[in-house]
Write a protein that binds this ligand. Structure first.
Ligand SMILES: NC(=O)c1ccc[n+]([C@@H]2O[C@H](COP(=O)([O-])OP(=O)(O)OC[C@H]3O[C@@H](n4cnc5c(N)ncnc54)[C@H](O)[C@@H]3O)[C@@H](O)[C@H]2O)c1
Length: 308
């Protein structure tokens, strides 16, 4: 029987599946008690985390017996991957399991941002009638969705957006623009410059790594089509949030939905207060009742297999 430590939230039924075969310590708040996490980690055979546990440095050093790290999500930026590999740790991400939740978040955000009418509740309830001001919102049908990163989430998002009549173009640094996958999915493979210049809705689906840190900087935001809306559900540090706020205030950007931040939780940030047509969410794009279940069962199943 192996010992499994789960340091962040996991679906209880998937935890029960692990408990049926192994000794399990499950504490969704363990991530916030580093001294205890280090103690518990010392004699575990498998560690399961979401995105808040930093599997690097002293935690990695404490994992004396551990063979497997399950990641309840897909971004691996909270793991020191070279060090995990050097230690021979098997890392198990929940590849693809939350793609639909993120894709739905992107499409819903695009609809909200383009139309721009859903913030009127207080005015309408107060008896004002801002109909003339709100009557120029935009339809999504016929607009161009530009994507940076065309992996699992990008491809799922493309399919949903096409269902709403969007034209989709994508830039992926690791994929040839003539890759037949693009034609198969009716997507235009393009350069980064072309995507920035032509997208009415720009969405990012790349991992945070050296090549993507600071990718959407002030100069690239300035190169975006005037009035375009931006959605970042990838990672903080990829987009310059100060530059986004400035572009919203100047009117160059028509709106933005931001789910991920350089530091999470986000501290109060005056640059983001009262920005026009800005939606902020607390790193929730990939989380839904259904995806939590899929992610948890996928990781539980693969951790069991790796331990057997
Ligand atoms: N907000 C959330 O809740 C949430 C949920 C899931 C995933 N994510 C983020 O979304 C990211 C993408 O997830 P995925 O499942 O689509 O990953 P994926 O690995 O399937 O796809 C990522 C794509 O990015 C491409 N890429 C890598 N470097 C690039 C670069 N410099 N420029 C352009 N493209 C580049 C890769 O070739 C790949 O096709 C994850 O790494 C994670 O950080 C966020």
């Amino acid at each position: 029987m192996a010992r499994i430590v789960i340091a962040e939230f996991m679906d209880e039924r998937a935890v029960a599946q692990l408990r049926a075969r192994h000794e399990v310590l499950y504490d969704a708040d363990l991530v916030d008690d580093m001294p205890r996490l280090l103690r518990e980690a010392a004699d575990c055979d498998a560690l399961i985390v979401r995105n808040r546990t930093q599997v690097r440095g002293e935690l990695l050093a404490a994992l004396a017996r551990c063979r497997v790290v399950g990641r309840l999500g897909v971004g691996l930026d909270n793991l020191d991957m070279p060090a995990c590999e050097a230690r021979g740790l098997i890392v198990i991400p929940a590849t693809g399991a939350n793609a639909l939740s993120v894709a739905e978040y992107v499409v819903a955000s695009a609809l909200l941002l383009l139309r721009g009418v859903y913030g009127a509740t207080a005015e309408v309830a107060a008896g004002r009638w801002p109909r003339a001001r709100l009557g120029q919102g935009r339809e999504i049908g016929g607009k161009t969705l530009g994507m940076i990163g065309f992996g699992s989430i990008g491809q799922t998002t493309a399919r949903l957006a096409q269902g709403l009549g969007m034209r989709v173009m994508a830039f992926d640094a690791l994929r040839d623009p003539h890759d037949p996958l693009y034609a198969t999915l009716n997507v235009t493979g393009a350069t980064l410059e072309a995507v920035l210049a032509q997208a009415d809705v720009l969405t990012l689906h790349v991992p945070l790594q050296d090549s993507t840190r600071g990718l959407l900087n002030a100069a690239r935001i300035a190169a975006m089509k005037p009035g375009a809306v931006l959605i970042n559900s990838a990672r903080g540090h990829i987009v310059d949030l100060g530059a986004v706020a400035a572009a919203l205030r100047s009117g160059h950007l028509g709106g933005a939905a931001i789910d991920v931040f350089d530091t999470e939780p986000l501290a109060a940030d005056a640059r983001l207060q009262d920005c026009p047509n800005l939606f902020l969410t607390p790193h929730i794009a990939g989380q839904s009742a259904e995806s939590n279940e899929r992610v948890s069962f996928l990781v539980a199943g693969q951790v069991l297999e790796a331990l057997s």
